[in-house]
Write a new protein. Structure first.
Lengths: 240, 240
DNA sequence: CGGCGCATTGAGGGCGGTCAATTGGTGTGG
DNA sequence: CCACACCAATTGACCGCCCTCAATGCGCCG
């Protein structure tokens, strides 16, 4: 059940048998969500942390006028609200984009982890630091890339992240997000997201059908996007 | 020397005598920087973490074409690259904006902290989580607020952060950042930053002279900015 | 079949960008 | 003490990326 999470953590830290057992014992509570269903609400104080076991979710903040900004996308294997373990009150919400299976782990277990397993703790801290690095790269996209580059950049990022957890074959992955959600993630209107996706299609950089994204030539797309995988803590070759 | 850092951490966690002693013993290495001088370079692998003892600094990423995005501002009392403790390679650089005095602490000491002082470790983790929460709010600003609101929002955020560490009196603080830096933080051009600052001045929302910012009516400015201090982990009244 | 959500397309407009020139403060060398 | 360089702040003119409003197509489901 936790294979994907552990695979992700092992990019940073060799998870020992003891640590693996600790994680697997939980106690986990598995909950399923429908598309668009809220997983965590803004302002909540949490007692459990969430890991995505299957599916795709996003974190978001809403403004007074009802506008929304998506601040992160999360895929299977991601801890999607480890911040809730540290922050007393959630500054953002989490919602499912497409059906999701979520594993919930009591904060109490994480406290035990901190007392007993400093190296595993560090791996979890690393995970939140990686999250923050992704936040920073998104800021670069929003501030200094045009819509075309920005969308290309996200598609590159997701390709790598899906590859890590073994959920991409032949440079293809499943992306349940709607164009509305993509717009809210980029700070763009739906209309413009649509136009840019079509441009990327016409340019032969992506193939997009149903919820599937295929990137025929990742190196080319990365070039267009100005994508440098360093922020994802990748060394050397990024694509297979 | 570490009073401001400890004051900040105590917003979250009561720092015990032992923890305080541990932090103060260091070993610290104090370094001074001139305005615009780099403190940490992009791509570095670090062996020390930096705390700002005095001054103002920013984190940034640069793009191929030389464009720059500032991803965070840091004031006295901030750990400005705790991420470098976790990430093997820095995804961003850090530079001084105005003269800075920096305390550098070996990562070795932080490792010891993780082994011996889980509660202090958690306070440091909290600090990085707060940092990430600020990143998210900046994303909201860049994606969903116009330039006027965005600048007002940052000025509100800095007011609170300066107040926490006791560096603001009468709603006034010292902001060494140039309009160029502000533009790079917002994803705006210098020209437009200038126009918006003048508009805020004309509206009587801010008084800006030299490097000093005064906010005559914080409640009013927060209203204009759509500022909700929850993301800074504030409960109740935000202003004094 | 009608309703609904999402994708798509067109027309027109505004926020903020680019380019360029001017001002003013500061530091430096003659 | 002044000339000059340099950097940040300021102002104006023009332009384009992306937004808003609106309509249409399309697949899915009750």
């Amino acid at each position: 059940m936790l294979d994907l999470l552990i695979r992700k953590l092992e990019r940073y830290h060799r998870v020992s048998a003891e640590e693996r057992q600790f994680l697997e014992e939980g106690p986990w509570r598995v909950v399923e969500y429908q598309s668009h269903e809220p997983i965590v609400r803004e302002g909540d104080s949490l007692t459990e942390a969430c890991v995505i076991l299957e599916g795709f979710a996003y974190r978001f903040k809403t403004l007074r006028q009802g506008a929304r900004q998506i601040t992160a996308f999360h895929i299977a294997g991601d801890f999607c609200d480890l911040h809730g373990f540290l922050l007393e009150q959630m500054d953002h919400g989490i919602a499912a984009s497409g059906p999701c299976k979520i594993g919930r782990l009591p904060h109490k277990t994480l406290h035990e982890c901190m007392e007993r397993l400093p190296r595993l703790t560090r791996a979890l801290w690393w995970d939140t630091a990686l999250d923050a690095a992704i936040h920073r790269e998104w800021m670069v996209s929003m501030g200094r890339r045009d819509a075309h580059e920005q969308i290309a950049h996200l598609l590159c990022e997701l390709l790598l992240r899906f590859q890590w957890v073994g959920l991409s074959e032949n440079n293809t992955y499943v992306l349940p997000a709607t164009q509305i959600e993509l717009g809210d993630a980029f700070g763009l209107s739906t209309v413009h997201v649509n136009r840019m996706l079509q441009r990327l299609r016409k340019e032969g950089l992506i193939i997009l059908t149903g919820g599937r994204v295929t990137i025929p030539d990742p190196v080319q797309l990365m070039k267009v996007a100005g994508f440098d995988p360093t922020y994802l803590q990748v060394r050397g070759r990024a694509t297979r």
